[in-house]
Design a protein around this ligand. Sequence first.
Ligand SMILES: [Zn+2]
Length: 241
Amino acid sequence: MAAILTTQTACSPFQNGAICLTFDDRNFNDWNNAIPLFEKYNAHATFFVCGVMDDKAVATMKRLQENGHSIGLHTIHHANAPESFMETGEDNYMKTQVIPQLFIARQAGLRVNHFAYPNNRRNEDTDRAMHQYFRYLRAGVPGGTKGKDLRKVDAMYCSLDDVRKNRVMGGAGIGSYYETDPEQLKGAILRAAQENKVITFFSHGISDNPNQISISIEWLELILKTAQEHGVKVIGFDELD
Ligand SMILES: [Zn+2]
């Protein structure tokens, strides 16, 4: 049977597009509390943890993974990769920012296959270095999306073949800082469905009273509901392959 599956589209896990929601930093309580809402819509996200991998971090990542979500790393000190590579070198960055997190995660039995760049800063050198350890890398949409109509930012909409080939995900920020408009969000999901494309978003916390770089529970439900209405899968990075 395997011999006839020669094209990647034969293995596509979806026909009406997919949304990859990603959440960064250390918003452990928010993420834990959002698990039932994701479950209600049979949806998964990817969570990227920065800082020391203490008990709270490990326990949260374990719980998210047990609930079908993907998890990834986001460095110890949230240091920009390209600048650090230039100033103190690739080896030093890996040894101080990445390996300590990876070591503890692996020791705890976590599958950490992905990485989110601090401040979305990346270049070809950092991608090459990170791809030695991680399957998918999350950065931002080239050129950013702040103040732009998400329905018209062509670079946001990627075919699954391109996603699997490049393995660098360009996320659009969601939150008041990014000037997110709910109507545009809905329109972006509809476009992904119509064109069978993958779109990626990033935010941080999920709460009733979100800060500027976080998302409200209401908006999260709006995304999950809109996706369900249009048959768009909401998946973690683990589910892209
Ligand atoms: Zn961050």
